[in-house]
Design a protein around this ligand. Structure first.
Ligand code: SAH
Length: 188
């Protein structure tokens, strides 16, 4: 490897940003459970008094995530699309994490879809508390991920800067359209 070993990958930067905003006792959302890595991370951020609400359309992903985390009281996982997250969330949240694309080692035909991703982003940004953050890791190098990533960029670019700060982070000199991170912070 070269210099890239010294920089955060997009998913690592997402964790840095979320860690800097989330406190013990907060409520947070994992919008794409997948293999459960972000769930474990979020659960550690909010501690036993905090609450994590997770979504994935695949039962397999929910089960894998639950198994990876182990038993935790205030963790609610739903085999439901993230576009419906408002039905399951009662308060403002400190963070919402999205990791788009397909479940590694799972059914690669089940991938996030532009229409539902944008619908979920709309809800997620409306649920953020002041200084809350939403992170989205986009995969323009995956099949269909390219148009989805472009649509996410277009959508966040239109968020009013008086209400949200939007950042894009990713390697600019890698081959094959590497993943990048979008982070949205609700202004205080
Ligand atoms: N691409 C990442 C992993 C992403 S996992 C990587 O390579 O590490 C993305 C998850 O989103 C999958 O488990 C998939 O089932 C889930 N998903 C697809 N559509 C969804 C939706 N509408 N709501 C919630 N989860 C969804």
């Amino acid at each position: 490897m070269g210099m890239s070993e010294h920089f955060f990958k997009p998913i690592e930067m997402a964790h840095e940003i979320v860690r800097s905003r989330v406190r013990v006792g907060d409520t947070v959302i994992d919008a794409t459970l997948g293999g459960g890595a972000d769930l474990v991370f979020l659960s550690g951020c909010v501690g036993g008094d905090g609450k994590v609400i997770g979504f994935d359309v695949q039962v397999e992903a929910v089960e894998r995530s639950r198994a990876r985390l182990g038993h935790r009281d205030r963790v609610e996982l739903h085999a439901v699309g993230h576009e419906r997250m408002a039905e399951f969330v009662e308060s403002e949240v400190a963070a919402v994490m999205f990791n788009l694309g397909y479940l590694p080692g799972g059914d690669k035909s089940v991938i996030t879809q532009t229409e539902t991703t944008l619908a979920a982003l709309e809800v997620a940004t409306s649920l953020l508390r002041p200084n809350g953050v939403a992170t989205v890791v986009c995969y323009p190098g995956h099949a269909d991920g390219d148009s989805e990533a472009a649509a996410v960029l277009d959508w966040v670019a239109d968020l009013p800067q008086e209400k949200f700060a939007v950042l894009r982070y990713g390697f600019v000199n890698q081959r094959n359209a590497p993943p990048f991170l979008i982070a949205v912070e609700r202004c205080a």
